[in-house]
Ligand binder design. Structure first.
Ligand code: NA7
Length: 557
């Protein structure tokens, strides 16, 4: 029998999405005794869950896939420029099968608690089925948008039809034909689902509290010949992603907004509007992100586009955001979204004017009237970034809970470590380089860095890694300071920690969730930390039972 005070695994990875899958691959390659625990019945994370019609990448597919294996890159054919959920889940399964990773994964294994046992320098994890597993290192690959949140309307359980959050869209196909459907929420998800189902349902009623700025995705198929060409350019594509602030193929227009004439600006915007993906956001002038006037001028350009696409001028005006400018939050990408409102079976209800007062047995009641529905879809967003952490009882040194430590917002070192929580690593944590960028590119960076840290520790006999308080404070101050120049700081969005359905996440209590310095700066900083012998991280030898931490080395004075 195993000694209760020896870790059962060297590393446990929590979460089997894009980050967890690659993390376990790296650990397997290193020969580390590791296991991955996933709450869902199978792997895939975001792409396991979000099965709503229209769920797809906003990254170009070939920049979203993993870059670590040439063989994988040569084998996989992305069939659409912005691939949809079913294909994305097939891809992740393909990766897991190809590299024989399933043997390291346990499903239906919801971790409820993770407590650091200081005297034995190990983590004790409690799984919902009652098991306890232990490990030296715990790697949190919990996902940034993995905790869906519902409104708190009265009567939600009384509805006799079907209702679900988009995250939990049923696995079996949902009959939409002939149905009266309500969608609540017009964020990126609502915009995708509305565009996709409008012509499949009998009546679609959209309940919009605030409109979002949105622009055409301009998706399209990728032919065999195009894919063959992409394969020859993968090195170049990933090099571009590594060079750009967002980690995408899109490079900002480095001419100054006011250095070019208005005609030049309009010419650029006309071109960008027809280009795929985030070009409209990220190939734009950099002032869009920082300068109110520049942003307002561009927002007005997009408003003009909306007015041209929506026939009813009253509806068009309702679809134009007034409380924020274009691109101060991750831009929802749409496919025929605005044209949907020209259909006779689609109705827009502005719930900022006539709020929903309750859910009834047959539908929804606003301050104005009752609506009858067969299906209510909640596209109401997520307890973003820290939600996954808050749902686990994580306790570090002296029983301090992470939930308490982060109650007013996260503080981390590099978005990957937390002072007081030794040997807890987050390859794509809050304040890391992932959230505001092309997510898998950030994930690979974080996963590799965490794997390299473990390798370094193993090679040098270190058993315990903990960010110093000073390093964490400096990083968090740096992340906070970077918000000050960005219009994003004003956004009522998950980038600033706003969620009207989660107590304490009201607008105005800003949470510094994302690193805004861009990919190259982030990578340069974490590389510098490594090169300086993991500066800011206290690396020590094992802390054997009750003998206290026996410091063998410390990489920072
Ligand atoms: P978002 O962007 O947080 O959008 C949620 C939407 O739901 C937004 O329009 C909200 O309106 C609306 N909402 C939330 N709660 C309510 C209540 N109680 N009543 C009415 N309307 C509500 O989440 P998404 O899932 O769309 O997108 C998340 C990310 O996923 C996205 O950025 C992509 O990167 C992928 P509000 O704005 O709060 O007035």
């Amino acid at each position: 029998m195993r000694n209760r005070n020896e870790p059962g695994y060297e590393v446990i990875v929590i979460g089997g999405g894009v980050a967890g899958i690659y993390q376990i691959k790296r650990l397997a390659d290193l020969g580390v005794r590791a296991m991955l625990l996933e709450a869902a019945p199978d792997l895939g994370g975001t792409w396991y869950w979000n099965r709503y019609p229209g769920a797809r990448f906003d990254s170009e597919s070939y920049t979203y896939g993993y870059s670590f294996s040439k063989e994988l890159l040569n084998e996989w054919h992305w069939k659409e420029r912005f691939s949809g959920q079913p294909e994305n889940l097939r891809y992740l399964n393909y990766v897991a099968e190809k590299f024989d990773l399933r043997k390291y994964m346990q499903f239906n294994a919801k971790v409820e608690a993770a407590h650091y046992d200081e005297s034995h320098n190990l983590w004790r994890l409690k799984i919902a089925d009652g098991r306890e597993v232990t490990c030296r290192f715990v790697i949190m690959a919990l996902g940034l948008l993995s905790i869906p949140t519902l409104p708190r309307f009265e009567g939600m359980n009384s509805f006799k039809g079907r209702s679900f959050h988009t995250f939990y869209w049923p696995q079996e196909s949902v009959e939409l034909a002939g149905k009266k459907v309500a969608v609540i929420g017009t964020g990126a998800t609502g915009i995708q689902v509305i565009g996709e189902i409008a012509d499949k349902v009998s009546e679609l009623t959209v309940f919009q509290r605030r409109p979002n700025w949105s622009a055409p995705l301009n998706n399209g198929p990728i032919s065999q010949a195009e894919m063959a060409d992409i394969r020859t350019r993968y090195d170049e594509i990933f090099a571009t992603c590594a060079r750009t602030p967002g980690g995408f193929e899109h490079e900002p227009d480095r001419r100054g907004f006011y250095e070019v004439s208005r005609e030049e600006r309009l010419k650029l915007w006309d071109q960008l509007y027809d280009q795929p993906g985030f070009a409209i956001w990220l190939r734009n002038f950099r002032e869009i992100f920082t300068n109110e006037e520049a942003n307002a001028e561009f927002s007005e350009y997009i408003a003009g586009r909306i007015r041209r696409r929506v026939k009813d001028p009253v509806v068009a005006e309702k679809l134009i955001p007034r409380d924020h400018g274009f691109g101060v939050q991750r831009v929802p990408m749409e496919t025929h979204y605005f044209e949907v409102y020209n259909r006779p079976n689609v109705h827009l209800v502005d719930i900022s004017e006539t709020p929903i007062v309750r859910v009834t047995e047959t539908g929804l009641r606003t301050t104005e009237r009752d609506y009858g529905f067969d299906i209510i879809v909640y596209a109401t967003g997520f307890d973003a970034i820290t939600g996954g952490f808050d749902r686990i009882d994580i306790r570090g040194v002296d029983g301090e809970t992470l939930r308490d430590k982060w109650k007013d917002g996260p503080s981390t070192f590099l978005g990957m470590l937390v002072h007081g929580f030794p040997n807890l690593l987050m390859p794509a944590g809050p304040q890391s380089g992932s959230a505001s960028t092309n997510y898998p590119r950030g994930i690979e960076t974080g996963v590799n860095w965490c794997a390299d840290l473990l390798k370094h520790m193993s090679e040098h006999g270190y058993m315990r890694a903990e960010a110093t308080r000073e390093a964490e404070e400096r990083w968090t101050a740096h992340v906070t300071q970077m918000y000050s120049t960005m219009l994003m700081r004003k956004a009522k969005s998950w980038f600033t920690g706003y969620n009207s359905n989660v107590a304490g996440h009201e607008y105005g209590r800003i949470r510094y969730f994302v690193y805004n310095g861009g990919v190259p700066k982030y990578v340069a900083r974490i590389t510098e930390v490594t090169q300086k012998g993991y500066e800011g991280i206290l690396l020590t030898a094992a802390a054997p039972a009750s003998s206290g931490a026996q410091e063998r080395g410390c990489s920072e004075p």
